[in-house]
Design a protein around this ligand. Sequence first.
Ligand SMILES: C[S@@+](CC[C@H](N)C(=O)[O-])C[C@H]1O[C@@H](n2cnc3c(N)ncnc32)[C@H](O)[C@@H]1O
Length: 471
Amino acid sequence: MNRAILSKQVNKDLIDQLKNDTNALLSFLQNKNDGTIIYVLKKLGRLENGYSREPLLNLLNSPNENIRALAIKNLAKIGDVTLLSTFVKYANSDESTEVRRESVSAIGRLRNEKAIPVLTDLLKDDDPKVVMQAIRGLLVFSYKPEIKNELKKLINHPNELIKEVINKEINGFHYKSNSQQKHDEFPAFLKNTVVQGDVQEILKYVPDESIHLTFTSPPYYNARDYSIYQSYEEYLNFLERVFKEVYRITKEGRFFVLNTSPIIIPRISRAHASKRYPIPYDIHPFLVKMGWEFIDDIVWVKPEASVKNRNAGFLQHRKPLAYKPNAVTEMLMVYRKKTDKLIDWNIKQYAWDKIKKSKVLDKYETTNIWRIDPTFDKVHSAVFPLELCNRVVKFYSFIGDLIFDPFAGSGTLGRAALNLNRKFFLTEKEAKYISRIKEELNKNSDLFNSANSQPIIVDMAKFILLSKRKI
Ligand SMILES: C[S@@+](CC[C@H](N)C(=O)[O-])C[C@H]1O[C@@H](n2cnc3c(N)ncnc32)[C@H](O)[C@@H]1O
């Protein structure tokens, strides 16, 4: 039976009746199919302590694990400590991990000291979800030194989530800020500044926690003319150094969006194979290691006609193993700088008026598939489409924020930042692209009229002076 029909047949009145009349519930549940029983169990809502346990206890014999788990969940709402032994039985012996997890959660919900020995025992369970629920139940009693000691023993648990929770709850993870500046502010000398030079050198002069958002597309190893590295390893080491610095200069809990894709280096002759490099997958591990928290992966999809056709051979011969799909996607990997604070904390650092003005009120993409046509530029061979930048800037920053691109190319991100009332900070090593940035920014006549937002295009020496004056 589908949900719409179920919700008509099992309406609120019927649920209320079933909640108040044990016999009615017992007879209703008889001969009902599993779907209907699950639907009712999900709808029962709050249950009082006086509520009859019998119908729910009967359901614990169901062969369906979802029914058993939901029966335990509803029994837990009754909050009766005499149910402890039932919960312990299912926590220890049910074959379903979901039922076991729900039973441990039920034990914890009793908030009763009688549950302490059982929960302590469950800390040794093999299933991390069970251990997590036991921790949750015991945290209520963590003011007792003996409980705190038991929890402390998990500090080297093999499961990373357990380790993180224990670290935060027992040791207290606190972000150590190195900045005196308020969260919504940034050093004035970075405002709408473009620096020509090697990003590795430039970033040495940027103070900790200056940036609100970084969005970048780094060089594609040796796949394009502007980047020549001795080896793939050298290339990855270079990016690791740059992104470590990006981490340092990013504000607490703020975002880093990285656009890359696997690339192909063509074969040198028909006797050799071409080589594919999985760039996003090779970068990801070191980003996480340096503290970037993985948040989302967005797939940028381009029209097939706009990408290189690799299909010609297969189209003819149709032989397995030689299939070569046309690569129409690039990745946007979204990371957040590690903090113990929730996103809500970041939002609360802004005045209400700024939050209101930054809201994304127009129609927006609800999935992680972004279909955007690529942009072709007369000077640069791999530019961001403006629409891609607009979305990232709107979704991951507030108006007035400082937006950074370490590999600015033609400076598309700078244009998006300006159009959306943000400020930019760009670094780019090639003079020809700096001229392109200048040309593009010149089109933004408003910018040049406003003394306040005048862009500054400087070389390394001038940038060092600016940074020392900290203006
Ligand atoms: C993929 S392109 C970025 C294009 C850019 N997103 C746009 O919209 O035009 C990468 C850029 O990184 C620049 N680059 C490479 N190594 C650099 C370095 N060490 N420091 C600064 N820029 C660098 C290249 O010159 C190139 O313009």
